[in-house]
Design a protein around this ligand. Sequence first.
Ligand code: UD1
Ligand code: CA
Length: 482
Amino acid sequence: MKNIAAIVLAAGKGTRMKSKLPKVLHKVSGKPMIFYPVQALKDLRVESTVIVVGHGSEQVREALPDKDLGFCEQSPQLGTGHAVMSAMPSLSGSKGEVLILSGDVPLITKNTLRALLRIHRRSTKGVKGRAVEHPVISVISVLMDDPAGYGRVVRDGHDRVCGVVEDKDLAPSQRSICEVNTGIYLIDMAFLKTNLKKLDTKNKQKEYYLPDLITLAYAQGKRVKAFTLLDSEEVMGVNNRFELARANMFMRERINEEHMFAGVTFTDPSTAYIDNGVKIGEDVVIYPNVHLSGATTVGAGSVIEEGVKITDSRIGRDAVIKSHSVVESSVLADEVQAGPFARLRPGTRIKKAARIGNFVEVKNATLGPGVKAGHLSYLGDAVIGKDVNIGAGTIICNYDGVKKHKTHIKDNVFVGSDSQLVSPVTIGKGAYIGSGSTITKDVPAGALAISRSAQKVILGWAVKRDELLAVSSSPLKKSSKK
Ligand code: UD1
Ligand code: CA
């Protein structure tokens, strides 16, 4: 978009959050809240974007690794007007208008910003061919039932915007004004350059207030346009944890709605926590209390049952992740079934149609197609071939106390229940491991390995035991003990 530069204000401490973390890095649907206004500007293709950083500036820069973004430091932080002053040297070559957003207004959309631009530019053309004066500022305002905390938009007797008064500076008669400033402005660059230096700190907070530019414009007889939104959700500011939770709730509704329109069924969308950027195929069914986070994708037709948490993982098509399973940095192919209560830790690769049952933990291991590990196992640092059967309670003992070692189980192996495979060890193709074995040496293909001790049977033992017990508990025996 030509002749539009952008500034995102993100230097403030965010005192009301009561946090060590800079406010704009608190997360909304898995991303730091500043990610969203920055993304909206990217979608709009503005010519350049400068982020004003100050409090926790290193952390904020790290959270926005995009090399197209410019940064400038504001130190000390003397208010929103001062923040824009700090950004001006970075925009010395820019012409036209500058779009100013706050890093703490995460729900803003590119469509609303585009509408602001359209309305601003249309206002410059005038009505019915009659030229009207170019507005020097267009500001997004909104009517709020509870405007507490926001700057109020003040209008003159002709309903023209003549200023913004901060909550802390309100006169008693202004308290009832419910049109608020959203902190989103489109400002004529030339006007900005000449008027920023006129801001002062004569207010309750002793800060340079950016919205005072509106008062200055009005005093100079210039036009200010307020673009009033009907929906206040999108422009809510996040200043404390309560507002953070509300912003998360709204963002979650927005994300879930998009997935529903794209063919995903949610049995209870109000309890589905899907991060920004998660991809879900058509006909996926998501049960209550599911968390899908980070770079996660779920293939078409899969079912994610209640209480499942999946992070940074790829789930294929027609897979079923059963109740209360946890999947992290793993890749599960089509038709895999896992859980209930499976724990798939980083580095897990499960191939087509394999089945992982309850209380099975897998870490840094590849399980071939058709593998079955139904119950209570630990499979760590292993490569397991196709159609291998892992009996209940099998443990791969991958750690000797110093180093991790690898186990290889080739195709079609049958591991009997309650076996331990002490790594490093290789079980050859089609071999059998007898239940209860502790395997410490390689097993050749097609062999049976069994390492449990031979069974002993003592006939009549139970009767003898009863007799012994009867003698030891007789009164005679007891008194003789005294
Ligand atoms: C601001 C507006 C208020 C508006 C509200 C909308 C001012 C004076 N007030 O109030 O009219 O209703 O937003 O959400 O502008 N920041 C800096 N440097 C500073 C101070 C702030 O970069 O020195 C940044 C903050 O990091 C934040 C943004 O500016 O991202 C807004 O600052 P904040 O202190 O939250 O202003 P509000 O009190 O919410
Ligand atoms: Ca704010």
